[in-house]
Design a protein around this ligand. Sequence first.
Ligand SMILES: [Fe+2]
Length: 651
Amino acid sequence: MAASPVSVSWVKQPYTSCRPSASSSSSSSLLTEYSSSCSALGNPCRKKKQQQPNINITSCSLQTTPPPPSASASASFHFPKQSLPTLIDQPVPSTSTPPLTTPSPSPRPRPCPRKQNKEFSTHQQQSQWDWNPLQRAAALALDAVEAAIASHEKKHPLPKTTDPRVQIAGNFAPVPEQPPCHSLPVTGKIPGCIQGVYVRNGANPLHQPAGGHHLFDGDGMIHAVRFQGDGSSSYTCRFTETHRMVQERALGRPVFPKAIGELHGNSGIARLLLFYARGLLGLLDHTHGIGVANAGLVYFNNRLLAMSEDDLPYHVLVTPLGDLTTVGRYDFNGQLNSTMIAHPKIDPVSQELFALSYDVVKKPYLKYFRFSPDGNKSQDVEIPLCMPTMIHDFAITERFVVIPDQQVVFNLVELIRGGSPVIYDKKKMSRFGILDKNATDAKGIRWIDAPDCFCFHVWNAWEEPESEEVVVVGSCMTPPDSIFNESDENLKSVLSEIRLSLRTGESTRRPIICESEQVNLEAGMVNRNMLGRKTRYAYLALAEPWPKVSGFAKVDLSTGEVWKYTYGEERYGGEPLFLPRSRPEELSDQDDEEDEGHILAFVHDEKEWRSELRIVNARTLELEASIELPSRVPYGFHGTFIGAQELRRQA
Ligand SMILES: [Fe+2]
């Protein structure tokens, strides 16, 4: 069934926070997807008075633009105009993906008052208009250098892993912000127990990449669906306003290096030098972090934190009307002075938060720390590693933290040699470190080798006292660096059980699913009310055809039995979120089964070019509700759910 060729439009009401973007000048691309109008021409926009007094809320109609000629082969980009040429302006060297279109600039809607700390608001105001004549001259000279670098880069074809025409094509392409839209159409019935907000992070580059770009390099954007508990829901998406993004927005183009996409070889070094030169001259400020906050989300100590592992977290507020606003870079009241990985763990019993920090340049390459439920940080525990290692995720048990030290490492010498600094070190032995959660130093860490094991994500871990084993459940990926470096070998992501014996110091590893049913399983989770304890089920994305996600699987971790829920023809999603029926604080009153709850998943129809949020009963895998969304939701990364009570306690 084809979509009707109509554009999105919605009515703006007094005091509404639902604002359209500027109209588009192009009709040949998906720019029209966002060329909304405030007129109600032929549009069934509805104004609905919500329960809050004196506030009018806009209800958005849910029509889409026509799908692209080939959604899978085309891309809809919504970048503001920028002065320097970009790689995207060049013809595509291969036949894989057509060139991207450049839209007209559109004003950013800023409907919400923003609560900001002083440091944050100061940097937000920086722009080239504040530069003195010397800085302007230096900026011109450095721009010429950058143009020369870009010209040099264009002579060499990019690998698919850093080619923006591949990395952010189709529904991986960015979208503009979407102010809150309320009273979304629902098919089915939203379960009454779902009250609060589902938030999911993702990469959404504000500007066209000037050079190489990896999917992970994009600016952080959070998509949020708010559930009132009365069957109604709202949707918004907002950039997390990192220092980086705010400065680049003021300058009108990207100036911070892309950690994965750009830092390759001599041109990568040149871009780094250019970046630091601009910093020295005061043309940009890199002293308050360079992260994009696009990977993970955690709700801890009454704060929603958006994270990427190259920076501190950013505190994002969910407003009473379901909007999102960045409060600022969050250092836990001055306690955190290093980066923090994007997958911290909250113990469901103690409510402590456990985290790691890794450094790619200087020792200590790895630190472990924890926070009490009210946000007091422990001292850092320096974990001795012989080389800087990518540690994207880890696990907790009741007593331990379980730290993977694997074969994807950082080697800056490779950068000088012309390659990527993120490499697969085949000579290195993969291992897991088991450390007491309350350790104050790393003397007691127990390293257990796990040959050729690379788990980008770890879904859970627990202790089995009878056998003196720590059991780790993760997806073992081969080749280990295939996310970062091009490979002829097809990626495999095998759900595995790894047993670490504290008695013998040895490990065993086995696929959980039998070979005949093997399927790539990636982003997902267990019931987080049981994190660190033995769980029967995991809910994981069916990551096929990679890198798309065609559905999710509910896996019995003890038997290997698999139940699949697929999204349908040409429909894809991302991480399935398992929302337990009861919040941790309610568990004492109820006796829920482990799989009692719902799966929430954003799904995009690449044929109809529409996005929806599906709510699936986790026990029966029956669809209970589908919420039509007012704009496209790109495929993204990780999410969490904040209950209504928790929202009311936000700091
Ligand atoms: Fe992740």
